[in-house]
Every structure is written in structure tokens, then in C-alpha cells.
Design a protein around this ligand. Structure first.
Ligand code: COA
Length: 188
């Protein structure tokens, strides 16, 4: 996939682009700098990430796989040339479904409407790229910001359940939101 296909400049001036090697160190620094309380609220097990660095070859290895077959895909968000956060799609089945979550790495940027302004354009962008039918978001019940953000967009909780621990994630109680083409096509 060419860079231009994965890139989008939003109306609010945020550049969305594919993550690359240069984003690993700031991403590691975000997780390393986060308090245990913050990580646990997101469902991340602090003991699984403390002192760990991302595999420097992660994106080089990912690029060896044709992008339509990749199970995960990372997007970076830049504002005025500065990296401010990112979003990962996981469990991608091209033409069908994926899971989504996102982060603003700089705490001072949170709670100011930035993600609300970006979310619909971002979600439409990845829907088109991966020709999705459903995007699933499963924020932890106690993590207020993403739940509020999704509900502000007009989404409803369709289920609440316990997700078992996996990878760096703790077992957690999560709300499920399902983002569909019909939802995104509706003029908002
Ligand atoms: C989730 C996140 C991307 C949302 O981005 P954001 O720019 O902060 O969101 P917005 O400012 O657009 O806020 C959306 C709503 O959530 C509310 N909100 C944001 N942070 C909040 C907080 N810590 N506590 C309570 N409400 C909060 C906002 O007030 C707003 O609601 P309102 O318009 O009714 O006031 C961002 O807060 C973040 O990166 N959080 C840390 C990482 C994380 O938890 N990611 C989700 C993992 S699934």
C-alpha cells in the first residue's frame, strides 16, 4: 500500500499516517511514563510493560506481509509536525472486521475535544482502507474518556462482558461498541 493511501489530513489539520520505526521510541516512552493507575484503568498490566522496549524490527517485519493480510495495523497522529498519539487496529479481517483503540500520548492534549474532532474522519478512513463491515471498540468500563468519546459520536453500548487476560492486557470488564458503515454514512 502506498503512503498516500494510508495518509489522511483531517479537517482539523491532524495528519493520520502509517506508523513506522521512528514512532516506537515515543510510544514506548508514553507507556513507560504512564502511572500504574492509568495503565490499569486502560486494562494494561504494568508488570508486562515496565522496562520493556518494542521490537525495533516490528514494522519492517509487518511490511513483509501484504497489507490486506496483516492482522494488525498502526496509525500515527501528527499535529503541526509533532507526533501526538496513535491508534492500532487489531484482529483485522480485510473486507470484514477489526478492533480499534487509540491514545493521545500527551496528557495536556486530552479532554479538549481533539479526539472527538478526529474520530469520525479516522474511522471512515480505516473503514474505506480495509473495506470493513464492523469496527469493534471495547474500552474498559472504568475508563471514562473513550466511553464518553464513543457515546458522544452517537454509539451505544451493545454489550458488557469480562475479557480474559491476553498479551499485556489484564482481565477486564469492557463495554462493546459496534461501528458500522450505516453509522458512519449517516450525516453527522
Ligand atoms: C481516549 C482519548 C483518546 C479521548 O481523547 P480526548 O481528546 O481526550 O477526548 P475528548 O476531549 O474529545 O473528550 C471526549 C469526552 O470525554 C470526556 N473526557 C475526556 N477525558 C476525560 C476524563 N479523564 N474523565 C472524564 N471525562 C473525560 C470529555 O469531557 C468529553 O466529553 P464532554 O464533551 O461531554 O465533556 C484520550 O483521552 C486518551 O488518549 N486517553 C488515554 C488513553 C486511553 O484511555 N485510550 C483508550 C484505550 S481503549
Amino acid at each position: 500500500m502506498s503512503e498516500t493511501q494510508t495518509q489522511l489530513l483531517t479537517k482539523s489539520g491532524i495528519l493520520i499516517r502509517e506508523m513506522n520505526e521512528g514512532d516506537l521510541a515515543p510510544q514506548d516512552a508514553y507507556f513507560e511514563g504512564a502511572s500504574d493507575e492509568f495503565l490499569i484503568r486502560m486494562g494494561v498490566d504494568p508488570s508486562k510493560i515496565r522496562g520493556k522496549k518494542s521490537n525495533p524490527n516490528h514494522y519492517a517485519e509487518a511490511r513483509k506481509i501484504p497489507w490486506r493480510e496483516r492482522p494488525t495495523f498502526g496509525f500515527a497522529f501528527e499535529q503541526n509536525g509533532k507526533l501526538i498519539g496513535g491508534s492500532a487496529l487489531k484482529g483485522i479481517v480485510y473486507g470484514d472486521r477489526a478492533d480499534v483503540h487509540g491514545h493521545l500520548w500527551d496528557e495536556s492534549l486530552r479532554g479538549k475535544g481533539l479526539a472527538t474532532g478526529l474520530a469520525l474522519e479516522y474511522l471512515r478512513h480505516v473503514f474505506n482502507l480495509f473495506e470493513l463491515k464492523t469496527l469493534i471498540a471495547e474500552p474498559s468500563v472504568g475508563n471514562i474518556a473513550p466511553n464518553k468519546l464513543l457515546q458522544k459520536l452517537g454509539l451505544k453500548i451493545v454489550d458488557t462482558y469480562e475479557i480474559p487476560a491476553s498479551g499485556i492486557l489484564l482481565p477486564r470488564n469492557a463495554n462493546r461498541y459496534e461501528i458500522t458503515r450505516e453509522f458512519l454514512d449517516f450525516d453527522r
